[in-house]
Design a binder for this molecule. Structure first.
Ligand SMILES: [Zn+2]
Ligand SMILES: [Zn+2]
Length: 123
């Protein structure tokens, strides 16, 4: 159990330290440099758990999951041609979307906005 906690903390710390949005496989390649005993299954399991706990954020695209530690304060721009994911910080979009969904039926905790478009180098 302790080992699990350490591995999970390490995965979270790694996600927090990177600016990109790695896949589970990319994370595994990085994590195993520090923890050679870790398995891809452990990485998947911990990513799912962290996502469930709301500590990380999963971006689904083209049947692939990309992970992000920086959850609810930003939006994403995804290039439809090269698949590049970039962070954008439009605070008022987050605030507006959160306020809009707040009702007696539902209390939003987080909102994600993904813009699909074409990036500068693919335009
Ligand atoms: Zn592009
Ligand atoms: Zn992001």
């Amino acid at each position: 159990m302790l080992r699990n906690t350490i591995q999970r903390a390490r995965i979270l710390a790694h996600l927090e330290s990177v600016k990109n949005h790695p896949t589970a496989e990319e994370l595994y390649d990085e994590i195993k440099k520090e923890m050679p005993a870790i398995s891809i299954a452990t990485v998947y399991r911990n990513l799912n758990l962290l996502a469930k706990q709301g500590k990380i954020h999963r971006i689904e695209m083209n049947n692939t999951s990309y992970f992000d530690a920086n959850k609810c304060d930003h939006q994403h721009q995804v290039c439809m041609k090269c698949g590049k994911i970039s962070d954008i910080f439009y605070k008022n979009i987050t605030e507006y979307a959160m306020k809009k969904a707040d009702s007696t039926d539902f209390t939003p905790k987080c909102v994600t906005v993904v813009y699909h478009g074409v990036c500068k180098s693919c335009r």
